[in-house]
Design a protein around this ligand. Structure first.
Ligand SMILES: Nc1ncnc2c1ncn2[C@@H]1O[C@H](COP(=O)(O)OP(=O)(O)OP(=O)(O)O)[C@@H](O)[C@H]1O
Ligand SMILES: [Mg+2]
Length: 274
């Protein structure tokens, strides 16, 4: 059975301020498909084009060259929704409830269904609607603001959820909680996909697929072990392998190489047994 793709990019290039003195090429000749039902991590050094790629996948930027094909949205849902790198700038209503309710209201849901989606979305990101619903989103901590922004996009029930460094600046526990709720969200309905960018390669190791960008080009795409375990290609992209990969490489591991503590432990156990 072939898995239908949620987004397909063919030969996509993008240049900011094209044709002006401020011209800035961001992406070149990208070919990439996001299948339904997967989690995909996008990694790359700073300015490699991650945020630009994510906005294109979410359908928020019209590309200059190439084609973008997106699957249709489910009824009363969105095809794609995105949390921006500075999620806090995405919040603008006087209360958390109103902010999270903007998307579902725009989808034409009745007010009681909007209220239900708001409650569900806030609970999904670990916020009690009774405690946070009437708070001003601008008077919340950074981590809480990120969760509200995330609840706002979950409330439109997108088939494709795109998150740009949603965990940056948050402590590891909060990042872990957010990633766990997102995994539950994705698995709740078959066919949903999640694309996220991160600077933390260990976080990318949990994804089904990893995309590696370097200076606007797609340098590699595949399983976490094949992309993140390939130290030479990572180095080309200006990234350092994870500690687990470095340990495994020092002990003679080959591709596919362990990339996180769990896979390193399994690999070491395999070596002891053989
Ligand atoms: N609004 C913009 N106007 C002009 N140039 C931009 C704009 N946004 C990004 N760029 C440029 O496009 C290139 C890719 O930027 P992008 O934000 O996609 O990178 P990134 O991989 O997300 O970086 P970071 O890890 O720092 O978030 C960079 O050279 C950047 O300077
Ligand atoms: Mg970015």
């Amino acid at each position: 059975m072939t898995v239908p793709d949620l987004v397909v990019l063919r030969d996509v290039s993008y240049t900011y301020n094209a044709g002006t003195a401020l011209m800035r090429p961001a992406l070149s000749s990208i070919n990439l498909s996001v299948p339904s039902g997967v989690t995909m991590a996008v990694v790359g050094a700073t300015a490699s084009g991650k945020s630009t790629l994510l906005q294109i996948l979410a359908g928020l930027i019209d590309v200059g060259e190439g084609t973008v094909t997106m699957a249709a949205a489910a009824p009363y849902g969105a095809a794609a929704a995105m949390v921006f790198q500075r999620a806090e700038a995405q919040l603008y209503c006087p209360t958390v409830r109103e902010d999270v309710g903007v998307g579902p209201t725009c989808l034409g849901l009745t007010s009681s269904l909007v209220e239900r989606r708001v409650d569900e979305a806030l609970r999904l990101v670990g916020m009690d609607p009774r405690e946070f619903g009437s708070r001003n989103p601008h008077r919340l901590s950074l981590g809480e603001q990120r969760r509200v922004a995330l609840a706002g996009v979950l409330a439109v029930e997108p088939r494709l959820l795109v998150l740009d460094e949603v965990g940056s600046g948050l402590d590891a526990g909060v990042r872990g909680d957010i990633m766990l709720s997102l995994r539950e969200w994705r698995e709740e309905i078959a066919g949903r996909s999640l694309v996220f960018s991160t600077h933390v390669l260990e976080e990318a190791a949990d994804a089904d697929r990893v995309v590696l960008l370097s200076a606007g080009r797609l340098l590699a795409e595949g399983s976490p072990e094949s992309v993140l375990g390939d130290a030479a290609t990572l180095e080309l992209a200006g990234l350092e392998p994870t500690l687990s990969t470095r340990v495994a490489l020092a002990l003679g591991a080959d591709l596919p190489c362990p990339v996180d503590a769990r896979s390193l432990r399994m690999w070491l156990q395999g070596r002891v047994q053989t």
